[in-house]
Design a protein around this ligand. Structure first.
Ligand SMILES: [Zn+2]
Length: 217
């Protein structure tokens, strides 16, 4: 509860890179940019990281959109979002040999937003960055969102895309980012990956426009 109210307060006082105050009064700004309900690691019973995560005092300058390349499930439940979070964490720790989930945030096909790497939520709230493992050579200045599914030929669910809009708006406020420049796809940095798939990648302009509209920019 304390965390949530802090996030709302933060959302109400955020500014864009250009210095534009979001909304008129703090009350109105809070209504305009409502942070998503992010299910914490404690809530989905994450494993502890195998070594402490690294937190930078600096903010990320880009938000990287990924797909998980897992199946396009029709199970839209919170339970599935929890299973997804565990599947990614196990894959990243046990198969990839990483210390923890690589991405900071995860969104399920049902639109549930889940905390990924340890301390992600607290660092967003503090305007800092926990270093992930989601975009090779770019992890010191980017924050990553894994979107459940594979979008090479099929589209996302509306629930997922709406949550992605809300999540990006929250991050843009927290980090004073302009969505028109900050939101990118994994393939913009790593040309050898199809991530986040042709269909979701083609919707990034729409995502930027919708986030900008939420911010009132
Ligand atoms: Zn990716």
């Amino acid at each position: 509860m304390i965390s949530l109210s802090r996030r709302r307060l933060l959302a109400g006082t955020g500014t864009l890179a250009g210095g534009l105050l979001l909304g008129g009064t703090p009350g109105r700004a809070s209504a305009a940019v409502t942070p998503p309900r992010v299910y914490t690691r404690a809530e989905w019973s994450a494993r502890p990281p195998s070594s402490p995560v690294t937190v930078l005092d600096s903010k990320p300058d880009h938000i990287v959109v990924h797909h998980t390349a897992s199946g396009n499930t029709t199970d839209y439940s919170l339970a599935q979002a929890g299973r997804l979070s565990h599947w990614i964490q196990d894959l990243h720790m046990d198969t990839n040999g990483w210390s923890d989930s690589g991405q900071q945030l995860t969104i399920s096909r049902g639109g549930y937003v889940m905390e990924g790497r340890d301390r992600s939520l607290e660092t967003v709230d503090a305007g800092k960055l926990v270093v992930g493992a989601q975009t090779a050579n770019q992890n010191s200045h980017t924050i990553g969102i894994e979107n459940e599914g594979i979008y090479v030929s099929q589209d996302t669910t509306t629930m997922l895309f709406d949550s992605l809009v809300q999540t990006c708006a929250w991050l843009c406020v927290a980090y004073s980012l302009d969505p028109r420049q900050a939101i990118v796809g994994h393939r913009d940095y790593v040309t050898t990956t199809q991530c986040p798939g042709d269909v979701l990648y083609a919707r990034l302009p729409e995502l930027r426009t919708r986030v900008a509209a939420v911010l009132g920019a």
